[in-house]
Design a protein around this ligand. Sequence first.
Ligand code: SAM
Length: 281
Amino acid sequence: MELWFTEEHTPNVRFTIKIDKHIHSEQSPFQRIDFFDSYEFGRFFALDGIVMLTEKDEFIYHEMIVHVPMAVNPNIKKVLVIGGGDGGTVRELTRYGTVESIEMVEIDQRVVECCREFLPLTSSKLDDPRVKLLFEDGIKYVSTKQNEYDLIIVDSTDPIGPGEGLFTEEFYKNCYNALNEEGILVNQHESVYYDNTTRLAVRTHKRIKKFFPIAKVYQAAIPTYGSGYWLFGFASKKYDPIKDFDDRAWNELGLDTKYYNTELHKGAFALPNYVIETFED
Ligand code: SAM
């Protein structure tokens, strides 16, 4: 018997992975959580049927969501991660000795517990002494903060279910207020290849631009996300991700990465024409 996991990327396109074993399934108070072992992508997990990460390509997403802002401002000390329950974003952040505190606000404690059990390498740094785990709604949490963080990373699910409020204008305004004068906001920004996510990405960008003087998007090729072409948002009060980027300083850190490098950093902001036009329209 053959087992296949299928995710609908659009009503007309499906992405299917051959499964070796379905190793865990549960309904948490927030979402359905499933873990699988696959032949091509290794172990992976899905929330409400949408792939969150696979062992084979998670390095791309986590390196790009962390190293881009860290390379723009090497003095980042205080970080807030919203979502990110698998721990991959925290793992990359803990590689910087300069980072003093990482608050991770994840709404679903079960995601963290399951990832500790089934994805020990991705979640390996959640016990770093600089990390504080909070199991609550990131939307409410950020609204209580003023002028506190150097960096906020929104490592969220898509804007359905508990992640919906992480794409609203009010949320971005609260992020702006929670950041200090030098603050940077990075978020997973959906994709602009298929129409269904294009609308979300364009709306997200417009909302962020209302509050942040610098708001750009950058790209990465992530095979298991819709269309394989994914975007991140970079918004800041002060730093331009290219003009203020000191590639020498980052290279001197000697971090070993599998996807990110300082040439790719510049290229990630050089968008294809159809993407530029989509955002201009
Ligand atoms: N890399 C992933 C992707 O884009 O597919 C996202 C990974 S991470 C698992 C997303 C996390 O965001 C989930 O664990 C989910 O529980 C969490 N989340 C969703 N809404 C949230 C909210 N309002 N506050 C805090 N965490 C939230």
